[in-house]
Design a protein around this ligand. Structure first.
Ligand SMILES: NC(=O)c1ccc[n+]([C@@H]2O[C@H](COP(=O)([O-])OP(=O)(O)OC[C@H]3O[C@@H](n4cnc5c(N)ncnc54)[C@H](OP(=O)(O)O)[C@@H]3O)[C@@H](O)[C@H]2O)c1
Length: 267
């Protein structure tokens, strides 16, 4: 049966390889990215995939994308959340959010919530959130200053985003849709690109030596898309299931905070 797979960040790295895998299997793949260059690369490499351009760090563009996806695809079998950018310096979006928080936390939460109905209509729906925590201790919510106006550090922003994603995943409620938090660990996808020299060279060498090739990272993720786990929320690190629990009170507190942040942009 032909399934519909929506992949944010489906124009590069793990997302694009996953797009190729599912398109070659005959699934309808909708890949979202912010740049036309990525769309062109996708059309060349995976001609049968559909490209949708949207800046997912924008709440308004995310909401418009959700409306479009709901109209075009009343049934969605899988939502893969992979859009990400590592920001060496703090960037603020037009809507006033720190960029990592907007893309890694707010966008993923809105997508999961906004596409719930379309997912619930599928026979075995799943959300796979490609993320960076999954059992690693780093990553704290800065409750006083979640937009990191003071003391921005890229690693801190990234790990806060990953932790926030975990908390929000644990508040996700659906009857049928399974939610998977998946940390692929170190994968060779051009991670060195955002850095300036000399760090860029160092990350490039480290990646060449230690990172897993994309082709090896994808099969276990594709397997979860094809055969979602039985439990409503599961976590994996490079294909291995890991124990996962989130503090319910903190999770609900964080969800309330994020809901309040996006409230001015509703409708
Ligand atoms: N690679 C690793 O070692 C690793 C480790 C742990 C977790 N992960 C997770 O795995 C996922 C994929 O990683 P990757 O390394 O394969 O990523 P990648 O190659 O850097 O690709 C990132 C994708 O996100 C899209 N994107 C970035 N900003 C966007 C925006 N504002 N709006 C829409 N799309 C946007 C990019 O397209 P445009 O540039 O066109 O916008 C691109 O398609 C990420 O969620 C990452 O956190 C990766």
């Amino acid at each position: 049966m032909r399934r519909t797979i929506v992949i944010t960040g489906g124009t590069s790295g793990i997302g694009k390889a996953l797009a190729r895998h599912h398109a070659e299997r005959g699934d309808l793949v909708v890949a979202v990215g912010s740049g036309e260059a990525g769309g062109r690369r996708l059309r060349e490499d995976v001609p049968s995939a559909r490209f949708v351009r949207a800046d997912l760090s924008s709440v308004r563009q995310t909401r418009a994308l959700i409306e479009r996806l709901r109209a075009d695809h009343p049934v969605i079998d899988a939502l893969v959340l992979g859009a990400f950018r590592y920001n060496p310096a703090r960037i603020e979006t037009e809507e006033g959010f720190e960029h990592t928080f907007a893309l890694y936390v707010i966008n993923r939460w809105l997508m999961a919530e906004g596409l719930r109905d379309a997912l619930e209509r599928a026979p075995a729906p799943v959300i796979v959130n490609l993320c960076g925590v999954g059992g690693i201790r780093a990553g704290e919510i800065n409750w006083e200053d979640p937009q990191l106006n003071r003391g921005y550090r890229p690693f801190r922003a990234t790990m806060q985003g990953a932790r926030g994603g975990e908390l929000l995943a644990s508040t996700y409620s659906a009857e049928r849709t399974r939610y998977v938090l998946y940390n692929p660990l170190f994968v060779a996808t051009g991670l060195f690109e955002p850095f300036r020299q000399p760090v860029r060279g160092l990350v490039r060498v480290t990646s060449a030596l230690f990172a897993q090739p994309v082709a090896r990272a994808v099969p276990p993720i594709a397997a979860l898309v094809d055969r979602p786990p039985a439990g409503p929320l599961t976590a994996y690190r490079r294909g291995r299931p890991i124990a996962f629990t989130a503090d319910r009170d903190r999770a609900l507190r964080f969800e309330r905070a994020v809901r309040a942040m996006v409230a001015p942009f509703s409708g």
